[in-house]
Design a protein around this ligand. Structure first.
Ligand code: FDA
Length: 447
């Protein structure tokens, strides 16, 4: 049986970053990836002659670990198109123009939105995102859903629904009654502040030339034949000396094992002896959010000539947010819109042609009938992929972050765990995957 210093399971950014740092330090590493490609939740696909980023794509200025890695790999970025007016679709489905960050709502509602942003910013400033369970109000914030917490904060429905939009549909992609107020504060602290999350120019700042999937591709190229594809790990047997990893009936030995998977997917692997009970409970209380990312390419970016940036928000719309997603150097124009949580459930029940029609109709509420006739329409479908199962990422149900959050970081014998979904800074983002991969490698080298 061939043996390695470290076997990494999963060739997403977490696993590849860990493997590359270990290889750089002189370790003999092997990466086992179940899919026939690297990248996990990062992928670029060609449709009708254009590239579409199906998974993660944006980079924001707080994502320093990812930005440093892009630099190291020699990958360039470009800015998202954002010149012109943004749109806000109100309850009556009227699209109203605005500039800057202040939504075109009644003055009192605008002030209430700003006040609530301030309240969440203050809570986030008191949190170390690596240890959210140590927040001074952790117990109190983790025992209520974000929806309940928001209801108790304000009587202004429009202010409430807009704040809910930023953290529910737009970020955790779950209904706001299904995650705790503490998780909402974690999401905010992980990006530096809630103010960063509500500022689309900040949080959706840059894209990578060639796509964000160039990051795992470049790491895998450096690792060369240390990455094995179509290698679905089914069993890890361990003791204090090391582990035996089973893949396709073959066994490989390892002094260390890194399971670089979303917590939900650790459960797909048989581990003997079994994980301690609390480690299992922790992962049983995690689940994926759900979002449909719809990218719609037109012959021209027609909204630009009307003085529109392509950015739009509609807390009551099927497509709750939309942006100009035109590819670097392309003459066609692309919009990207998102349909989240319960709306994504409803859309998932429709035949593909009815779903497409409903999503285009929602885009038309922002941009008029010109939005109804694209040249290419692409939906990302992660929920039907066994090796992911949702989008963007996993998070805890109400009450579980304080109860089990710390367990997700504890090694068990020679096995370590990590993914963007358990990161502090960069939580649920590629930056978090880079940070987790780097930390896992550092911990192995230091042990
Ligand atoms: P990831 O899930 O990528 O990797 C895990 C790997 O393990 C997968 O390749 C899987 O196949 C493999 N695997 C699972 N079980 C296995 C087994 N038993 N044996 C072997 N291999 C196994 N982020 C961001 O920064 N900006 C953005 O704009 C977005 N937008 C976005 C949109 C959409 C639609 C999605 C789905 C996601 C995003 N994200 C994002 C999130 C970002 O893509 C995500 O946080 C990281 O790519 C996760 O990287 P990981 O390596 O942690 O997990």
């Amino acid at each position: 049986m061939k043996s390695y210093d470290t076997v990494v399971v999963g060739a997403g950014v977490t696993g590849l970053t860990a493997a590359w740092r270990l290889a750089e330090a002189g370790q003999d590493v092997l990466v086992l990836e179940a899919r026939d490609r690297v990248g996990g939740r990062l992928r670029t696909e060609d449709h009708n002659g254009s590239d579409f980023e199906i998974g993660g794509q944006w980079v924001s200025p707080d994502q320093e670990a990812l930005i440093a890695l892009l630099d190291e790999l020699g990958l360039a970025t470009y800015s998202r198109f954002r010149d012109g007016d943004s749109l806000y679709v109100d309850r009556t489905r009227t699209a109203r123009r605005f500039t800057g960050e202040d939504l075109p709502v009644e003055e009192q509602t605008g002030k209430e939105i700003d006040r609530l942003i301030g309240v969440i910013d203050d809570l986030a400033a008191q949190m170390d995102p690596d240890r959210p369970w140590e927040h001074p109000q952790a117990a109190e914030l983790d025992r209520v859903s974000f929806a309940q917490w928001l209801d108790a904060q304000t009587t202004d429905d429009e202010a409430r629904d807009n704040i809910a939009l930023y953290l529910g549909p737009a970020m955790l992609t779950k209904p706001t009654h299904s995650f705790s107020a503490l998780t909402a504060v974690l999401m905010s602290a992980s990006a530096g502040s809630f103010s960063h999350l509500v500022d689309a120019d900040f949080i959706l700042d840059k894209r990578v030339v060639g796509g964000l999937a160039s990051v795992p591709a470049a790491l895998a190229a450096r690792l060369g034949d240390r990455v094995r594809l179509s290698a679905d790990v089914t069993h890890v047997a361990w003791d204090d000396e090391g582990a035996v990893v089973t893949v396709d009936g073959e066994q490989v030995g390892a002094r260390n094992v890194v399971l670089a998977l979303p917590p939900t997917h650790v459960r797909r692997i048989r581990i003997t002896p079994g994980l301690p009970a609390e480690h299992r409970h922790a992962r049983e209380h995690q689940s994926f959010g759900l979002v449909i990312k719809a990218q719609v390419e037109y012959d021209t970016p027609f909204w630009r000539s009307a003085g529109l940036s392509g950015t739009g928000f509609g807390p009551w719309e099927l497509v709750h947010e939309v942006y100009d997603n035109t590819l670097h150097g392309k003459e066609t124009g692309t919009l990207v819109g998102f349909v989240s949580d319960v709306n994504a459930d409803a859309m998932g029940r429709l035949p593909a042609d009815e779903r497409r029609a409903a999503i285009l109709q929602s885009l038309a509420a922002y941009f008029g009938d010109a939005a109804l006739t694209p040249r290419t329409y692409v939906e990302s479908d992660w929920q039907h992929q066994e090796l992911t199962g949702g989008a963007y990422a996993t998070s805890f149900d109400v009450g579980s972050l304080t109860r089990w959050g710390a367990k997700l970081h504890e090694p068990v014998g020679p096995i370590r765990f990590g993914s963007s979904d358990v990161a502090g800074l960069g939580f649920q983002h590629v930056d978090g995957a880079v940070r987790m991969g780097t930390r896992l490698a550092r911990n192995i080298l230091g042990s």
